[in-house]
Design a binder for this molecule. Sequence first.
Ligand SMILES: *Cc1c(COP(=O)(O)O)cnc(C)c1O
Length: 323
Amino acid sequence: MDNLPRVRIAHLPTPVEQLPRLSALLGGPQLLVKRDDLTGLAFGGNKTRKLEFLLGEAQSRLSRTLITAGAAQSNHCRQTAAAAARFGLACILVLDGTALEAPSGNLLLDGLLGAEIVWKGKADREEKLQEVAAAAERAGRQPYLIPYGGSNSYGAAAYCLALRELLDQQVDPDWIVFASSSGGTQAGLEVGKRLFGYQGKLLGISVDEPADVLQSGVAALAESTSQLLGEPMQFSPSEVSVSAAYLGQGYGVMGPAEVEAIHLAAGYEGLLLDPVYTGRAVAGLIDLIRKRTFSPGDSVLFWHTGGGPALFAERYREQIASI
Ligand SMILES: *Cc1c(COP(=O)(O)O)cnc(C)c1O
């Protein structure tokens, strides 16, 4: 796994910090945070780790254009645009929805980073992506297609190594809790757990998918990732631990639970969460603490996956401003 093509763009290892005031407030287990919001590329986040391997792969194929897709406030798209700029590649982003009047948050940064935006409109995402890739191919732009969320085996491999990084930091928590969506982060951590003998529990808080969909997606991706790493293993969906109890009103819709989590992390620890992913995951974590899911002596590490720029999205302005 240390021989996969890779570029070095992330600031690693990311720090691990204690959250003593939040732990005390919740009267819960010892809380820690792994700061992957500090990976360093254009405000960072978990996609920067994945992009080290995705860019390695794109370079080995002599690609000149990165193409990917996501929501209008996609952190993955923002980090991909930054990585493309860093390596002198073009970047085309296929975004959900239609052109907005005034870009804000991640979308503002996409433009600043030089990405070309294609609005998906009502088209099917996968079809649109293939169409854009085919057009780029015909135009001689040598495209490399990065899947939604950067979640193929190359992207997920980065999180296998991230678990090794954590254990190398002499941090061995009873639980690791994180936001899970396209599943690459969780798949990589699941492979890393087995490979490096992590004995604690992984828990993905689903941000948008029902539990069974996320579990089977993660299991399949963990299998293909383990193959890529030359350590083939089998994963069944039931072994993948996921909670889909915090989907609220759906993807990207901020409710009172996310508002509370963002408020507490900011006010008690000076830690910024995002409205879509980490706000939801910490809202789930807080609820699980209140329900006494963890033993009092447990240590629980929240793996912060980034997303901060969405705090500045027009869409969330009123809710954030009212905190
Ligand atoms: C993409 C993203 C996630 C989810 O990671 P997956 O690998 O897609 O499951 C979590 N948090 C933030 C901030 C993200 O941008």
